[in-house]
Design a protein around this ligand. Structure first.
Ligand code: PLP
Length: 400
C-alpha cells in the first residue's frame, strides 16, 4: 500500500463530533476505545489534498473572496465521467456548502409548507429533520427486509407517490444505513412512478463512490432524459475523502428551470455569492483531480474490513446477522437474535457491556429498533479490539 491506513490517531478533545459524543456519554472510558458511529473516517486525508492545501496557504496567503475556478469544475466533470460514466456540464454544477443544507435548499425551492415528502426508511435520520424543520410532512415508505436484505416495496411506494400532496422524493443512493446500491431496474421503476405522479426526485448520492466489489452506482440522472430533467442530484467528496469538516458539496441539476429555482433559494439565504469557503473549494478540486489512487486503496481497506467483520461475527456471534454491504462504509447489523426487549436495552448493552459506540438502529426509523450501524472506516486493529469486546460481552450475556 502506498498510503497509511493502519495508524490510528486519537481525536479525543479535538472537537470531533463523533469522539465528543462518546466521551460525553462515558467520560471514564479507557483511552483506547474508539467510536464507530458518525460517518467520518479514522484515516488521515490523502497527502495530495493536505499538501495542496499547505501549498495554497504558502504560495498565496490572501484569503479573500474566491469563486471556484475552471479547474474546480473540470475536476468534478472528469471524476463523474471516469468513476460513474456520467457526463455532466459545468453550468449544471452548483457549489453548495454541504449536502444537508442542499437538501434544505431543495425542499424550500421546490415545495410549499405542509407539502408531503416521501422517504424510504430506515434512512439517514437528518432526512426526517430537514422535512420537519421546513414544516413539510414526512411520508414514509418503509423498505422491506426479507431477512437477508432490503427491497423497495413498490406497491406501497406507488400508492404513496400517487397522493397529490406528495411533491418530492428524497432518495438515498446508495442507501444509508442499509447499505444497498440501487439497481438500474429499481431506479427505472422509481423514475417511472415519480414522473407519472409529478414527484420531483432529490437524489442524495453522497456515498456514490463507496462501492464494494461487483457493485456499480448508477447516478439517478443517467436513468433517462426525463429522469435527468426531473431530478436534483446531491454530491460531495466528503465521505469518499474524509472531508466532512470542509463543508463542501456540489448539487448537480440538468434542468435549467429547476436550477434557477435552486439558485434563487440559495441566493435568498445569502449563500449564493460564495457558498463554499476557499479551502473547501480547493479540497474538492484536489480530491477529484489528485485523489484517485488513494481512493482505490481506501476501498480495498473498507472491503477487507467488511469481510473481516462478516466472517468474525458469523463464526463467533451468530446472534448478530451482518447484512451484505453493497455500498457506503456503514455496516448494518440485525441484532434481534440477542433477544433484547427494546432499543434502549440493546443500545445500553453495546455502550456499557461491549464498549461499542455505534449508531443505534432506532435513530433511522421505527422499523429498525433491533439494528445497529457500525462505521468500518478505521484501521483493522480498531475493529479487532471491538470484535473482541463484543464477543466477550455476548458470552457474558449468554451465561447470564
Ligand atoms: C446520506 C447522507 N447524506 C448527507 C450526509 C451529510 O452530508 P453533509 O455533511 O455534506 O451535510 C450524510 C452523512 O453521513 C449521509 O449519510
Amino acid at each position: 500500500m502506498a498510503y497509511n491506513f493502519k495508524t490510528f490517531k486519537s481525536r479525543r478533545n479535538t472537537g470531533s463530533s463523533k469522539w465528543g459524543a462518546m466521551v460525553q456519554s462515558n467520560p471514564s472510558l479507557p483511552t483506547d476505545i474508539i467510536p464507530l458511529s458518525v460517518a467520518d473516517m479514522e484515516f488521515e486525508v490523502a497527502p495530495e489534498i493536505i499538501n495542496g492545501i499547505k501549498k495554497r496557504l504558502t504560495d498565496n496567503a490572501i484569503l479573500g473572496y474566491e469563486r471556484p475556478t475552471d479547474d474546480y469544475y473540470t475536476a468534478i466533470i472528469n471524476w463523474m465521467s471516469k468513476i460513474h460514466n456520467w457526463q455532466i456540464q459545468k453550468d449544471w454544477i452548483i457549489p453548495t456548502g454541504s449536502v444537508v443544507p442542499a437538501l434544505v435548499t431543495a425542499i424550500q425551492a421546490f415545495t410549499n409548507f405542509e407539502d408531503k415528502i416521501l422517504i424510504m426508511t430506515p434512512v439517514y435520520y437528518p432526512f426526517y429533520d430537514v422535512i420537519n424543520f421546513t414544516h413539510r410532512q414526512v411520508v414514509d415508505t418503509p423498505l422491506t427486509f426479507d431477512g437477508e436484505n432490503y427491497q423497495i416495496n413498490f406497491a406501497d411506494f406507488e400508492k404513496k407517490a400517487a397522493n397529490s400532496n406528495v411533491k418530492m422524493l428524497i432518495l438515498c443512493s446508495p442507501h444509508n444505513p442499509v447499505g444497498r446500491v440501487w439497481k438500474k431496474a429499481e431506479l427505472e421503476k422509481i423514475a417511472k412512478i415519480c414522473l407519472a405522479n409529478d414527484v420531483l426526485v432529490v437524489s442524495d448520492e453522497i456515498h456514490a463512490d463507496l462501492l464494494m466489489p461487483g457493485y456499480t452506482h448508477i447516478p439517478y440522472a443517467t436513468i433517462s432524459e426525463e429522469a435527468a430533467n426531473n431530478s436534483v442530484i446531491c454530491t460531495a467528496p466528503s465521505k469518499t475523502f474524509n472531508l466532512a469538516g470542509m463543508k463542501a458539496a456540489n448539487t448537480i441539476i440538468k434542468n435549467s428551470y429547476l436550477r434557477r429555482l435552486f439558485n434563487d433559494q440559495q441566493n435568498r439565504r445569502g449563500d449564493g455569492g460564495m457558498p463554499v469557503n476557499i479551502l473547501g473549494q480547493l479540497s474538492v478540486q484536489l480530491a477529484y483531480s489528485k485523489g484517485e489512487t488513494w481512493y482505490h486503496e481506501m476501498l480495498t481497506v473498507i472491503d477487507d474490513n467488511r469481510q473481516y467483520i462478516e466472517k468474525y461475527i458469523k463464526e463467533n456471534i451468530p446472534e448478530i446477522k451482518v447484512l451484505p454491504l453493497q455500498g457506503t462504509y456503514l455496516q448494518w447489523w440485525d441484532c434481534s437474535g440477542l433477544g433484547f426487549q427494546n432499543e434502549v436495552e440493546l443500545g445500553n448493552f453495546m455502550k456499557e457491556k461491549a464498549l461499542l459506540f455505534l449508531d443505534d438502529g432506532y435513530l433511522f426509523g421505527d422499523i429498525s429498533k433491533q439494528f445497529e450501524r457500525i462505521n468500518i472506516a478505521c484501521p483493522r486493529n480498531v475493529l479487532e479490539k471491538a470484535m473482541y469486546r463484543l464477543n466477550r460481552a455476548v458470552q457474558d450475556l449468554r451465561n447470564s
